[in-house]
Design a binder for this molecule. Structure first.
Ligand SMILES: [Zn+2]
Length: 431
């Protein structure tokens, strides 16, 4: 399959952050094969998409931390702080879930993500096998980790099942699906269980995805329990030794935590909207950036956001840290875009994702910039971060395949999905 984009403003997010005015990009099968100012002369067998100077081509967005099926609880657990949100609402609702409701929830989430130009997700959930039928229909690039609750009686079985899931599914859908381990958090695990997860991930060579220092309560209680911060405890239990640790939230990190994360090369998954909505706080992102810590912007689940829109996260990230630190340079627009694309891909361990460069995966989104807020054309990256909107996305492509175009996700009957999730809400959850 061959696609040529021409007369498009190419926001490359490459090493030099180049933006090509009226450039061209060629895609062959799952890869980008050409990026330049002139379109290839030979267009044989290609679908040619002419942006007529009014479209921008961006790398697909990379969402660093999601719980896809939680769209089922969107609007059902608002205006609560994390621990009562989790214990009083989310855990009881999740106990009622069925594999079918999880599949439809995931499908709704994937449709929402594709609509917003998101091409990669890093997800944590419990019944992960039920995510696969949704990904088969709407194939985004995905890392799937099972949420593991290490204090539960069946903790060992959970871990064994995650390992089984790794062997069954890692590399599925033509390599789009990766599997990681997902110990939920320090406060839902024992220290030996965390060590066991770290050892297992090292053996498998898979990512370790965990919630860390999301709330002050969690951070303080961990110190009281273990005499260490959550990051210190994870370090003691081997999370950062030959492991790819993906640390969601990190709101309450201390200076020494950030030094450690930087030294060990772990990645932080930053959730601006969720952290504000749950009243968790402001992650010290400027301090992470100054240390060169890898950061992936993320939405978290839709029950704590309530959308899966990385455009919104970019804008919030660029603004909230300025306001919080009284420093207008705290997070600059290109940094916000980087944390939602190339930086996020590198944080998650995808070497050839997140930039528009020859040889990279053809994960792209096409954006209509024929809108008032993209004029005058001063700096396209700034317009995208500060004024742009996910509703401007007109096409999303994953590994060279179109997954969303002209307002509709491919291969998904949205009306049916809406009906099913409403049915689940009315008859499964809201009873
Ligand atoms: Zn989360």
């Amino acid at each position: 399959m061959r696609t040529i984009f021409q007369n498009v403003h190419v926001v490359t997010v490459n090493g030099e952050n180049e933006v090509l005015q009226n450039g061209a990009v060629e895609v062959l099968d799952d890869r980008i094969t050409y990026v330049g100012s002139e379109p290839p002369k030979d267009t044989a067998g290609a679908r040619v998409i002419d942006g007529k100077g009014k479209k921008a081509l961006l790398p697909g967005f990379v969402n660093g931390h999601t719980h896809l099926p939680m769209v089922l609880f969107r609007g059902g657990a608002d205006d609560m702080e994390l621990h009562s949100w989790l214990n009083d609402r989310i855990f009881p609702l999740e106990a009622k879930e069925t594999p079918e409701s999880i599949t439809y929830g995931a499908l709704l989430a994937l449709a929402e993500l594709a609509r917003a130009g998101v091409t990669t997700v890093n997800d944590m959930y419990t019944q992960n096998r039920a995510l696969l039928p949704a990904l088969e229909k709407l194939p985004l690039r995905a890392t799937l980790s099972m949420g593991l609750f290490g204090q539960a009686d069946n903790a060992q079985q959970q871990l064994e099942d995650n390992v089984r899931f790794y062997h069954e599914v890692n590399g599925a859908l033509g390599g789009l699906v990766r599997v990681g381990l997902g110990p939920h958090a320090e406060y839902t695990a024992t220290a030996p269980f965390l060590r066991q997860c770290a050892d297992t991930a090292r053996k498998l060579g898979c990512p370790l995805h965990i919630h860390v220092s999301e709330t002050k309560k969690e951070h303080v209680e961990c110190k009281a329990r273990h005499g260490l911060t959550p990051v210190g405890l994870l370090d003691r239990e081997g999370f950062f030794d030959d492991n790819q640790a993906l640390l969601a939230h990190c709101v309450w990190l201390e200076e020494a935590d950030m030094d450690l994360i930087a030294r060990k090369g772990a990645a932080v998954l930053h959730n601006p909207c969720s952290n504000m909505k749950l009243g968790s706080g402001f992650a010290p992102v400027p301090g992470m950036l100054s240390r060169g810590i890898k950061i992936a912007l993320s939405t978290d689940g839709a029950a704590s956001n309530n959308s899966l829109d990385l455009w919104e996260e970019m804008r919030l990230c660029a603004l909230m840290h300025k306001g919080n630190t009284l420093d207008a340079t705290a997070v600059r627009a290109p940094e916000a875009l980087y944390m939602a694309t190339r930086g996020a891909a590198l944080a998650l361990g995808y070497e050839d994702v997140g930039s528009i460069c020859p040889g990279f995966q053809a994960d792209l989104c096409l954006v209509d910039i024929d809108r008032p807020y993209y004029h005058p054309m001063t700096d396209l990256v700034h317009h995208i971060v500060y004024g742009g909107n996910s509703r401007d996305v007109v096409m999303t492509m994953v590994a060279g395949r179109v997954v969303y175009e002209e307002g509709r996700p491919m291969n998904v009957d949205l009306e049916e999905v809406y009906d099913r999730v409403q049915f689940f809400y009315d008859h499964l959850f809201n009873v």
